[in-house]
Design a protein around this ligand. Structure first.
Ligand code: NOJ
Length: 741
């Protein structure tokens, strides 16, 4: 089914599910005032305290203490619990408290809930905002049916460093695309709005600049100019706020020496001040207390004071607020108005979510049962997965595979189910509903056409399986080799200094290539890997990331040609780790590299490495080809309040129907500050039948030419701008110049 149809079906279904929709702008301030006026300081601190529960209850366990705290109104939110029954039981406990304030239930629903979708970085490669919104919508339908009303997503951190394991969780390196995706995900999670029973509150994280961790080491310090922060790292957060994200989460890093959880600049000045955000900020796990090892706070009490005063509203598993806020307010170190503001923000969301009206609205077991077994969810996951796949090479047109070919599926990831789930799957104990690559191939190509051999492990040094793999390859017409990382090698606290293929996988590829059989490589990973030998010697390479529950089916769709790949990279692939950070929208130096060859010519670059990326931002092939022509500007002069129409024709000049992401880049040629060599400012994903042509029109206005100048004003400066249209950032097909005056 086409995404659009699935999308519309969902809109319809969510309208039916929606019992009563509270307008997101409805004001609950009076009700909040009256609740606030009844609360003791302890109860106020309780609303700002969040705990993780794993349901290992018992009077002597720490969980037991937490349950007691819930009953006494000392906890405002619980996370890591799921299931309508468990949620109902906990909510019942909360309702035994003096003021009967309901709990919020959160979880990391990052790329799907019961149905696992591709990792966010993979999804971003689809450049398909509707499909991405739908993926978040499905996750929200399932999560909300399981009792949850809050997801800790989307992660909107821009990342230019693939060593950082959490690059898998975002939308890549580009601010413009990342902002659109951030908004799409927020809309998907929050659906028709708070109060709707299938909406969960979104949480834009990690605020801010977490993706710029020095050296790609997780949690590490960030030091950057405010201009860079505002231009590159903050826009996706602002887009999430504008899209209505209910909450934000602090990042673990310090930014220019101030831990984000203690940064009044980030929270009070920018988020709650400039952006007028009326939701609340939750810390990351114990990030308030972690200001102590940072050397920023002396003890828990000091940490609580610094964080609350800076604008962190809720303390996730930190216990600093619970144990210290009362005393801090009584001694005047935290003002009552700051405390009340934080509590008011949390209560506001509880009202907006309809929890005061019906605390059990997310706990309907019948709805839960239905949502967990909805075949439409699987269809959406399969569609998203095949759109996320990026075809990197198809030199010999080996793909799509021909009918009836005997396929040898070889490699450590060919039968893996767990790995397909990716780094942030909600930990379902039973992964049997994951379609592995082997299963997907069996279904699509038939058992009789499929041979299998593992060959080796992901990181295991043993080559014992090579012999069988070679024998298997020799018995087939074509080999599909499934290699890469394991899923535990990316995500939180999984930074890597070496991005090569782990273990003996490259040796396996060499051995299989030596058989002379045609080889298709599938690379499974949560980040750009470095795989130069493979990239230079194997003519057919498909990047399959971690694609979720429907991985095997989606890959079979692409390899068989049932779906013509349309994904494009949203992050630059380095040639080696020494090149990191590498990103397409860099500045020119006074000595830009003139040609892409390593040499000591006193120009920017390396004497031992090319300057360009191995695979550039925006790159991805199709089974067909697209010709770009007829670039026309409605005018080559743009006035302050004017718009220029940039029109071109794209023709599908190959034999397959297909989709192309037409990309518009702009360069400000001379400005008061050095500007990037190109910046993505628009794109259109279009679908063309073989032989068909379509006109594509972009609108260029002042906004697209603007940037933060030295005074941090958002301005467009008069002068010349290159307008570039490309099939990737490194494949500019059409170019012209306009003058802004
Ligand atoms: C730590 C992670 O940094 C954050 O992204 C996540 O939401 C929390 N743990 C809660 O699990």
């Amino acid at each position: 089914m086409k995404t659009k149809t699935i999308f519309h079906l969902f809109i319809l279904l969510s309208a039916i599910f929606t019992a009563s929709i509270h307008s997101q702008t409805k004001s609950y301030e009076k009700q909040i005032d009256s609740v606030l006026s009844l609360m003791t300081l302890e109860e106020k601190a309780g609303q700002l305290h969040q705990v993780s529960l794993s349901w290992a209850t018992g009077p002597a366990s720490p969980e037991g203490d937490k349950l007691k705290d819930i009953k006494e109104g000392k906890i405002g939110s619980v996370f890591n619990i799921r299931g309508s029954e468990k949620v109902r039981a906990l909510q019942e406990l909360a309702l035994q408290s003096r003021l009967k304030i309901p709990l919020l239930f959160g979880l990391d629903v990052i790329h799907g809930f019961k149905t696992t979708f591709p990792i966010p970085l993979a999804e971003s490669a689809s450049w398909d905002l509707e499909a991405i919104e739908l993926a978040a919508r499905v996750a929200a339908v399932e999560a909300s049916a399981s009792g949850l009303n809050w997801t800790f997503a989307p992660m909107v951190d821009i990342a230019r460093d693939p060593r950082w394991g959490r690059i898998m969780e975002g939308a890549g390196e580009d601010t413009y695309l990342g902002s659109l995706i951030a908004a799409a995900r927020v809309k998907g999670f929050q659906g028709k709005g708070f109060g709707s029973v299938d909406a969960v509150m979104a949480c834009a994280k990690h605020y801010a600049a977490y993706g710029a961790a020095t050296g790609g080491r997780d949690y590490n310090s960030v030091d950057m100019s405010e201009r860079m922060l505002r231009e590159i790292y903050l826009p996706p957060f602002k887009a999430a706020a504008v899209a209505g994200a209910a909450t934000f989460m602090n990042s673990f890093n310090d930014l220019n020496g101030v831990p984000a959880s203690g940064s009044a600049f980030l929270m009070r000045n920018i988020l709650k001040g400039e952006w007028n955000f009326n939701g609340f900020v939750v810390s990351d796990w114990a990030s308030i207390r972690e200001m102590i090892p940072h050397g920023f706070a002396e003890n828990d009490r000091d940490a609580a004071k610094l964080a609350l005063n800076a604008g962190s509203d809720m303390d996730m598993e930190g216990y600093c607020y619970r144990d210290n806020l009362k005393d801090l307010v009584e001694k005047g170190e935290v003002s009552l108005s700051n405390l009340d503001d934080a509590v008011r923000r949390v209560l506001r969301k509880k009202f907006e979510m309809g929890l005061f009206e019906d605390p059990f609205r997310f706990t309907d077991p019948v709805r839960e049962e239905k949502a967990m077994n909805n075949p439409e969810h699987r269809k959406a996951a399969r569609d998203m997965a095949r759109k996320s796949i990026v075809l990197l090479k198809n030199d010999d047109e080996l793909l799509p595979l021909k009918n009836g070919q005997k396929i040898a599926l070889i490699g450590p990831l060919a039968k893996s189910e767990d790995d397909m789930l990716g780094g942030w799957a909600v930990g379902w104990d039973d992964n049997s509903d994951v379609v592995s690559q082997f299963e997907g191939f069996e279904i699509r190509f038939g058992k009789q056409n499929l041979l299998y051999s593992k060959g080796c492990g992901v990181s295991d040094p043993s080559k014992d399986g090579f012999e069988d793999a070679i024998k298997t390859a020799k018995a087939a017409d074509v080999v599909v080799l499934s290699i890469g990382e394991s899923r535990s090698m990316n995500g939180e606290a999984a930074s890597r200094s070496n991005l090569g293929l782990p273990g003996v996988q490259e040796d396996l590829v060499k051995e299989i290539m030596a058989t002379g059989k045609p080889v298709v490589i599938l690379i499974n990973a949560g980040r750009p890997l470095v795989f130069n030998w493979v990239a230079d010697n194997v003519p057919t390479i498909v990047y399959t990331w971690w694609l979720g529950s429907e991985a095997g089916n989606a890959i079979a769709d692409v390899l068989s040609g049932d779906y013509n790949p349309s994904g494009k990279l949203t992050v630059s692939f380095p040639r080696n780790e020494g090149q990191i950070p590498i990103y397409y929208n860099h500045f020119n130096t006074g000595r830009p590299s003139m040609q892409d060859i390593p040499s000591k010519d006193y120009r920017t670059g390396y004497i031992d490495l090319k300057q360009s990326s191995k695979f550039p931002f925006g790159y991805g092939l199709s089974y067909t080809s697209f010709d770009y022509s007829n670039l026309v500007f409605s005018s080559d002069r743009l006035s302050k309040d004017g718009v220029i129409d940039v029109t071109l024709t794209v023709k599908n000049s190959g034999d397959f129907d297909g989709e192309e992401v037409v990309q518009l880049y702009i360069r400000d040629l001379v400005a008061s500050l050095v500007r990037p060599v190109k910046e993505l400012k628009d794109f259109k994903k279009i679908s063309l039948k073989s032989g068909e042509s379509k006109k594509v029109t972009f609108k260029v206005d002042k906004e697209k030419l603007s940037f933060y100048n030295e005074k941090l004003d958002w301005v467009a400066e008069e002068g010349k701008f290159d307008i570039m249209i490309g099939s990737s950032s490194a494949d500019i097909r059409l170019k012209g110049t306009i003058v802004y005056e």
